[in-house]
Design a protein around this ligand. Structure first.
Ligand code: GLN
Length: 262
């Protein structure tokens, strides 16, 4: 009899242990499901903060259109926004490696990039503009492409990718920041800079003797990049963007940084 009781007891013990294990793994599963971001409660955004007015330093704070849109999205999702300023060229790889939740960097949607990351709905448009020195003999896109001019670009941007395709490696000088490409133009190391139109305007306004040509190299859509492994975050960010568009928040943020004329 004693033996039977102890057998029953040990079975009960095993059963309760198994239950405890099940409860354990059950609760940790739930924890993962709860968090749609890398760190629970946080939205980690990768950007390159030398791209005014989308992202730039105001003192030691990073501000701009992308920052405010990402903040509004984070607020809607109940997450705290954390910004990481890295090389533009490392953003997509970092998202793929699971280091950042979103890339918000005036990033153009391209078919090539779509092979590596998902893009949210488009929230802005950009143009690749051509900056030259006042009095330059480069007057439009064709003169730029057909001559043997050297063009400065920011590494890994669409300006870099498309120009390298059009005129070849030898005529493209790459810089890690847009500012450095513009500095090279001022110093006469390159003949022109191809960069997105809004930063182009900011760089031209900040430096004497430069102008933007009245001609576009390409017209592009900006969206945020998210890991292909995180469909749920993509869905939620798109929903937030949709609501922010509908209630006028997106337009108000853009208007704050790029006031429409008139
Ligand atoms: N729109 C360009 C691109 O996606 C440049 C973006 C940037 O320099 N931040 O390549």
């Amino acid at each position: 009899m004693k033996k039977i009781i102890s057998k029953v007891l040990s079975l009960a013990l095993i059963a309760s242990m198994a239950f405890a294990f099940a409860a354990c793994s059950g609760s940790s599963d739930k924890k993962d499901e709860d968090s749609i971001t890398i760190e629970k409660g946080k939205l980690i955004m990768a950007t390159n903060a030398y791209f005014p007015p989308y992202e730039y330093y105001d003192g030691d704070k990073i501000v701009g259109i992308d920052v405010e849109i990402a903040q509004a999205v984070a607020d809607k999702l109940g997450l705290e926004l954390q910004i990481e300023d890295i090389e533009f060229d490392s953003i997509i790889a970092g998202i793929q490696a699971g280091k950042y939740d979103i890339g918000a960097a005036g990033m153009t949607v391209t078919d090539e990039r779509k092979k590596s990351v998902n893009f949210t709905d488009v929230y802005a448009n950009g143009i690749q503009a051509i900056i030259v020195k006042d009095g330059s003999e480069i007057t439009d896109c064709d003169t730029l492409l057909d001559g043997d001019y050297i063009v400065g670009v920011q590494t890994g941007t669409t300006g870099d990718i498309y120009l390298t395709d059009d005129i070849g490696e030898d005529r493209v000088d790459r810089y890690s920041k847009g500012n450095d490409a513009v500095l090279a133009l001022i110093q006469g190391k390159v003949d022109a800079v191809v960069i997105d139109n809004e930063p182009a305007k900011a760089f031209v306004a900040a430096n004497d003797g430069l102008k933007i040509l009245d001609t576009e190299y390409t017209n592009e859509d900006y969206a945020m990049a998210i890991s292909k492994d995180n469909e749920e975050l993509l869905k939620q960010v798109n929903q937030a963007l949709k609501e922010l568009k509908e209630d006028g928040t997106l337009d108000a943020i853009v208007e704050k940084y790029i006031p429409s004329e008139g």
